[in-house]
Design a protein around this ligand. Structure first.
Ligand SMILES: [Mn+2]
Length: 271
């Protein structure tokens, strides 16, 4: 069964971004639980931001699952990416994500490689850069497997990366890896910019998709933009997707309203 998920950002350095709830973990979890969300996705500064026992307690108290961890703080706070030309920085990026994988694995939650994938920087060779990304995903994919979980790779739109922008490009890259433990994230906001046909792209990438970011064309909650959601929802259902639909959307007009809009849209399309 497809399940609903709300995002919670706990990174003080970031004042604005596409997360539904901000800063106060317990009050966010209570609100998500009260609205009927099944799960949460966390965006934290590091793997040790929240104690394991504390989080276990809160998840039990509010009957929520932790289903994914964002790793972008490694870039935002520390300037790390998996494709930096400096090998020391790449090593630190791998280590940062590796710690996130270990923390998430305690809860069965995978880490997401989004902005940590980086870019082909000016003056650098694309093939070389992609080989660094491949190297990192092999290491981290295996690390996740040993920890009993998997890793998620997210194609981003062209304004955020020049590595891979479409689901199909992501699939081809993942299929070129030795590890089969890296799954694909379909982010409806990025897809709205890059895909010719969102529903067709979801159908074509179906065997790789393991997480979905739920946001409208303007990255507000679904229903507040112009994405034609009917056909997208039909495609998600027709591939027998059984993961989470996670609201990585702006807290607009407010966190509470974005959360309510999200859960209403989720019920409309998936219940
Ligand atoms: Mn996303």
């Amino acid at each position: 069964m497809i399940k609903s998920c709300a995002t919670i950002a706990l990174v003080p350095q970031i004042k604005y971004g596409p997360w539904i709830y901000w800063n106060d973990l317990e009050s966010a979890m209570k609100k998500a639980s009260d609205l009927g969300f099944d799960a949460i996705e966390l965006f934290t500064p590091a793997s040790d931001t929240i104690g394991i026992e504390e989080l276990k307690g809160l998840l039990a108290k509010y009957k929520l699952e932790l289903v994914a961890l964002g790793t972008g703080a490694g870039k935002v706070i520390h300037g790390l990416t998996l494709t930096d030309p400096d090998p020391e920085i790449r090593k630190k990026a791998i280590s940062f994500i590796s710690d996130m994988i270990s923390f998430g694995a305690t809860f069965g939650a995978p880490a997401i490689i989004g902005s940590m994938q980086g870019n082909v920087l000016a003056g650098n060779d694309r093939e070389k850069t992609l080989s660094w990304l491949a190297e990192a995903l092999e290491i981290l994919g295996e690390k996740a497997e040993k920890a009993g979980t998997f890793l998620i790779y997210e194609p981003l739109n062209r304004y955020e990366t020049n590595l891979f922008n479409t689901l199909n490009a992501g699939v081809k890259f993942l299929e070129s890896l030795k590890t089969k433990n890296v799954k694909l994230l379909a982010d409806l906001f990025h897809m709205n910019i890059e895909e010719a046909d969102l529903a067709q792209s979801i159908t074509d990438a179906s065997s790789h998709i393991n997480h979905i970011h739920f946001a409208d064309s303007n990255r507000k909650a679904i229903g507040l933009g112009h994405t034609e959601m009917e056909s997208v929802a039909r495609a998600i259902q027709s591939i027998n997707y059984s993961g989470y639909i996670s609201a990585e959307a702006f807290p607009e007009p407010s966190s509470d309203e974005a959360a309510l809009q999200t859960i209403q849209s989720f019920k409309k399309y998936f219940r």
